[in-house]
Design a protein around this ligand. Structure first.
Ligand code: GTP
Ligand code: MG
Length: 236
């Protein structure tokens, strides 16, 4: 067995090739209609959330370079369960991606909408392994009331360290100037949180998002507790 070099103090930004190679290891893990049906997981879990049709499943397929890993469709409401995908080389899972059903789909009954909103909020607020959220948003619609409600619901967890990225999808539908405007408006709305542009069609932002997810899933190791000998000497 080879010995791994000691982990550096801070995880360096990985090469895009390394991050994309890691994303490509994604495989289907499980699917569930309710939070309590999901297995407990002891690696970082990164959830993809947003309005129906925002491009969540397409984004997962693009990042993992797999055409049909997540179900993407022209028809809104395609994803109806929480689908988990495992990531990691040599079959060793070191992170999980969660593809969530979208909200705000008009053609769904009121009861179904409310039921799903409850499942999703429970998931976002209670899922222990959840360490990061990617909120996908079509910049032509901007952050809607439902997106804002989601931001409010997860704010305490974000303040406690949960990672959060707003990804503006379908960038290929916007001119450069429109992209710049959408980015600055959304940055204001997201209260200074991280916001990036993404296009599955043009592969815009793919490397950067893969690198960010890799960093999120491989946080720098906590510094070892100080031993007696190298702690501050007592004041005389
Ligand atoms: N032009 C363009 N279309 C995209 C892009 N990403 C997704 N789409 C299209 O948007 C539609 C919805 O994509 P999905 O990935 O199924 O959206 P979703 O957010 O998973 O939708 P739900 O599962 O219903 O919540 C599909 O027709 C995709 O082809 C993109 O980057 N550019
Ligand atoms: Mg979907």
């Amino acid at each position: 067995m080879t010995t791994l070099p000691a982990a550096p103090a801070a995880a360096p930004e990985p090469d895009a090739k390394v991050a994309l190679g890691w994303m490509h290891t994604a495989r289907f893990l499980t699917t569930a209609a309710q939070l309590h049906q999901l297995p407990p997981i002891d690696v970082p879990e990164i959830a993809f959330v947003g309005r129906s049709n925002a491009g969540k499943s397409t984004c997962i397929n693009t990042l993992t370079q797999q055409r049909q890993l997540a179900f993407a469709s022209k028809k809104p409401g395609r994803t109806q369960h929480i689908n988990l995908f495992a990531l990691g080389r040599q079959g060793v899972t070191d992170a999980v991606l969660a593809d969530l059903p979208g909200y705000g789909y008009a053609a769904v009954s009121r009861e179904d909408k409310l039921r799903w909103q409850r499942v999703m909020l429970n998931y976002l607020m209670q899922r222990e392994s959840l360490t990061a959220i990617v909120l996908l948003c079509d910049p032509r619609l901007g952050l809607t009331e439902l997106d804002e409600a989601l931001l409010d619901a997860v704010r305490p967890r974000v303040e406690a360290g949960l990672k959060f990225l707003v990804l503006l999808t379908k960038a290929d539908k916007l001119t450069r100037a429109e992209q710049a405007k959408a980015l600055s408006i959304t940055r204001l709305q997201a209260g200074g949180g991280e916001v990036r542009m993404f296009s599955a069609l043009k592969r815009q932002g793919v490397d950067e998002v893969a690198q960010l997810l890799w960093q999120w899933a491989h946080p720098p190791l906590e510094p070892a507790p100080e031993s007696e000998s190298d702690s501050e000497p007592d004041q005389p």
